[in-house]
Every structure is written in C-alpha cells, then in structure tokens.
Design a protein around this ligand. Structure first.
Ligand SMILES: Cc1cc2nc3c(=O)[nH]c(=O)nc-3n(C[C@H](O)[C@H](O)[C@H](O)COP(=O)(O)OP(=O)(O)OC[C@H]3O[C@@H](n4cnc5c(N)ncnc54)[C@H](O)[C@@H]3O)c2cc1C
Length: 485
C-alpha cells in the first residue's frame, strides 16, 4: 500500500479481533489513511467476551499470556500493573480489565496516528458487503488526501472520495447507510449459539446471556435452570448465585460435567513431538495425543501442560485430516478436546466448589427436550440416559451453550447474504467461511478476494483453533500486513 494514495479500510466488528486489526493498522507507518471501525453494539474494544463488568468473570489465561502483541509478551501484564495495581505472577484477572485494555489500546493507537491515519467509530449493523463497487478515481483520492491534510474533510466526503481503484467494496447498513472502502475486514466473532426449538419466546427464557443486561432482571432469590455447564454456564452460575445465598442454579448438560480447572501459576507447556503424517485419521490423531499425554505424564508432567504444548500445532493437525475425518473428529473426539483445552481459572473453580458445597449449584446430566412457560414459573422436561424423563421447574431458563456450529444456519443477515451471493463460501464442515492462510476470503467459485479479509472464530473450518487471543492477535497482525502490502 505505501504509495501515498489515500485509502479506506472498513472493519466490521469491534470486538478484540476488529479492534486489534484497527490498532495494527493505526500503528503502521505505511497503513491506510482512514480506518472505519463498525460495531452494532455501540461499544468499541471489548466485544462479547470482555464486556462483562462482573469481577467474578475471569480470563481463562494468565495475564502473562494475554498480550495483544506476540512480539511484546508482557504488554498486558505490564498494562495491568500500571493501571489496575500490583498483580501477582500467574494471575487470572477479571475479563473486564482486558476489555479496558483493548479500549486503551485503540485510544492510544488513534492518538499516535494523528495526521497519518484517521479512525472513525461507526455504530450500526452491517447487512451486506458488495465487492468491486468502490469505484472512485485516483484524482478524487488525491483531493481527499489534500482535504485530510487541511483537516477539513467531512466524514461523508471522505467516504465517497478516498478510493484509488475500483477493486474495493461497499458495506451496507441495516438502515441503508453505505460506506465504500478499499479493503473490508470481517471480524464478526463466533456464530451465536443455535436457539433450541424447545425454547419458547418468553422473557424468563434468556437465550443470549452475554447480551448487555441480559441477566439483570434475575432476582437474588430465584432458581435458574442453565442449559449447558461449560465456561459460560460457570460464569452465569457465579453471577446469579453470587447475588444472594438464596439464589440457586441447576446446570444441565449432556455429560453433566464442569470444565476442568487450570493449575495455578504460569506453567510451561511441554513441546509436542513430531506430528502424525498427513493424511491422518481422527482416531490416529486421538491415539497420537493419548500416547503423548501418557508418556509425558510418566515423565512427571501434568496433562494440562501437555495439551498446551500441542495447541500451537492444532491447525496443522486439523489440516492433516481429510474433511470426512475432520467431521468424525468433531463428532467423536471434539468435545473431549474442547473440555481439556478450555479450562476455568483457579479462582472460578474455588467459587464453584463453594457453591456446590452450599447446594446453591447443582450440575446434572441430561438433555432438555421441552420448555414450557407457565404462569408462575418455567417447566423444563429433561431426558436422562435411558428413557427416563424428569420435569424441573425454575424461575428462569438461561441458554449457556457454546457458539453455533453451522454458518449456513446462522441468523446473521450479513453471513446469509454473502453465502447466497457467493461472495463468501462455507468450509466443508460449515463451521465458518473459507479463507487463504493470510485471511483473504474465498468466493464460492474459489476466487481469492484480496480486498475482503476474515479473522477470528469464523476461520474455524480452516484452523480449528482460532478463537483465543493468542490466535487472534497474530491474525490481526497478518491481516493488517496484507492490507498495508
Ligand atoms: C465468555 C468468553 C470468555 C472468553 N475468555 C477468553 C480468555 O480468557 N482468553 C482468551 O484468549 N480468549 C477468550 N475467549 C475467546 C474470545 O472469543 C476471543 O478472545 C475474542 O474476544 C474474540 O473476539 P472477536 O472480535 O473475534 O469476537 P467478538 O468479541 O464476538 O466481537 C465481534 C463483534 O462483531 C460485532 N458484529 C458482528 N456482526 C456484526 C455486523 N453484521 N455488523 C456490526 N457489528 C457486528 C459484534 O457485535 C461483536 O461486538 C472468550 C470468549 C468468550 C465468549
């Protein structure tokens, strides 16, 4: 890019992924002259994971491993020491601190880029991306650059005049607004959890617990039935049961298990041995992993350190499986891997144990088959292992399932539209969208779209491991680099 021509980058989604892409672009000397960061929630930086204000909601990674920049590993831990106060080594800090960190990074990058690149925060829901319609001329771009230098360009004038070629795209908002850009970054986060058809449309049934204020109405003496007992179930239970010792939560999940917990402190990951040769099979990968864990445990390591050492190699392991074996891995071993990989902070585990001991939290195996909203409470029919059915009553039902797993069924008009028009294409398992290794979106006919970039959880089909900060910070840097050229 560094041709001196004025260029606009529009980033859809201002969670960690979109925000860090903006930060990387603003920090570069050769980046675009205008970055438009678009977010439907109106909050720029924390996204879904780090918007919580409940200090019981902890990061599930130690502060020392949550830096926004791979080449500055202590960046977040140092920020926390400066901003939050003394932080013990190996602390699992409240997620709200990480949200504040992301906001700070964006503000600092914006200040640092003054005169070179302008950041616009735009609130709205993007419903379509129209490629190839950038359409302004180089002469207009020069005019815009001059106007920016003079400091009197309006946002509208910028939006229409900042292009150098006709290869960009236009983002279209739900309210009809349009912004033309040379490059568009899609940082849309995870697919929303699929709403089970059993859930009635009733205010006492909460399908999106991370939506701002979703749990606010739940009183301190209510019993809530949580569908799911993973990390989201734990956080919701901690919030609700923390309101008073009369509040109760019953978490129902297929396995009836809580997440494993992290060992305290900063633990060194055990390096992985040579990976199985491609093409591998799902069972082959599982056996390889089991053998490795067994042998390292024999050598005195904890299994968590072994899993953490395998994690950086997961994309290669995943890509060594043909699609039908990937499907089998997800079906037969995916849950076991996820359970061991996504663990709760020791502090959360301590609180959970206290709630279990006090009888405030119950965790049961079962499958929710029907939910009925009655006048005084909500009735839930739960199927057990055999034919047994139990009826439970609760004041509230909260869906604490993980992210959705089928991009074709996602309720997002943007994703639906891009798939229908062929601008984007689903990966073979429909876990997300297809992209090149440096994040360029692949159209339905396989064409690489160098001006449409994808990062974050929607790259799951290609990488499997693509949701945590460690992956997202690297993708944000790679996408910014691809844009700057
Ligand atoms: C509860 C929870 C806790 C987690 N804890 C950790 C942790 O401790 N450590 C770790 O490494 N990872 C953690 N993660 C993983 C987490 O997914 C990533 O760290 C990261 O926050 C993902 O960021 P994102 O920007 O991809 O997604 P999001 O945070 O979901 O951001 C996407 C944003 O895009 C916006 N958006 C989507 N579509 C549109 C549209 N059409 N128009 C406009 N805006 C749109 C959404 O409103 C949203 O704000 C956690 C995840 C969750 C859910």
């Amino acid at each position: 890019m560094g041709s001196g021509v004025t260029r606009t980058v529009a980033i859809v989604g201002a969670g960690a992924a979109g925000t860090l892409t903006a930060v990387n672009l603003l920090r570069r000397g050769d980046g675009p002259s205008r970055v438009v960061l678009i977010e439907r929630s109106g909050t720029f930086g924390p996204g879904v994971a780090y918007s919580t204000t409940d200090e019981r909601h902890r990061l599930n990674v130690v502060a020392e491993r949550m830096s926004a920049f791979e080449d500055e590993p202590g960046h977040f831990a140092d920020w926390a020491q400066r901003t939050v106060g003394p932080t013990a080594p190996g602390a699992y800090l409240p997620r709200a601190h990480f949200g504040a960190y992301l906001r700070d990074l964006l503000d600092a990058a914006e200040r640092g880029a003054r005169g070179r690149c302008r950041l616009e925060r735009v609130v709205g829901e993007v419903v379509a991306v129209e490629p190839g319609s950038r359409g302004a001329t180089a002469a207009e771009a020069v005019t815009a650059a001059a106007a920016f230098g003079a400091g009197d360009a309006t946002t509208g004038a910028w939006g229409e005049a900042a292009s150098a070629d006709a290869t960009g795209a236009t983002v279209v908002f739900a309210d009809g607004r349009r912004i033309a850009a040379d490059d568009i970054v899609l940082a849309l986060g995870s697919l929303p959890a699929a709403r089970p058809s059993a859930l009635p449309d009733d205010p006492r049934v909460i399908a999106a617990p991370w939506a701002p204020g979703a749990l606010d109405e739940i009183g301190g003496d209510e019993t809530s039935l949580l569908i799911g007992s993973g990390l989201t179930g734990v956080d919701v239970a901690l919030s609700l049961c923390g309101r008073s010792d009369r509040s109760r939560a019953i978490a129902i999940s297929r396995g009836g298990c809580l997440p494993y917990e992290h060992l305290p402190g900063v633990r060194a990951a055990v390096p992985a041995p040579e990976l199985p040769a491609a093409p591998a099979s799902a069972d082959g990968v599982r056996n390889w992993l089991e053998r490795h864990v067994r042998s390292m445990r024999g050598a005195g390591h904890d299994w968590r350190e072994v899993v953490d050492g395998v994690r950086p190699h997961v994309p290669r392991l995943w890509q060594s499986l043909p699609p039908e074996e990937q499907r089998r891995f997800v079906r037969e071993h995916g849950r076991a891997w996820e359970l061991r990989r996504h663990r709760m902070a020791p502090e959360s585990a301590r609180r959970v144990r206290r709630l279990l001991d006090a009888g405030q939290l119950l965790v049961r195996a079962g499958r929710v088959v029907a939910v009925r909203a009655l006048e005084r409470n909500v009735e839930v029919l739960v199927a057990g292992d055999g034919d047994d059915l139990r009826t439970l009553r609760a004041d509230r039902v909260v869906l604490c399932a993980g992210a959705g797993t089928d991009v074709r069924r996602a309720s997002s008009p943007l994703l639906q539209g891009m798939l229908a028009s062929g601008v984007a294409s689903a990966d073979p398992l429909s876990l997300g969208l297809r992209a090149t290794p440096d994040g360029a979106l692949l159209a339905a006919d396989g064409t690489v779209q160098p001006h449409l970039h994808l990062l974050g959880p929607l790259r799951r089909g290609e990488l499997w491991e693509t949701t945590a900060m460690r992956e997202i910070r690297n993708q944000a840097q790679t996408v910014a680099h691809a844009i700057a050229g």
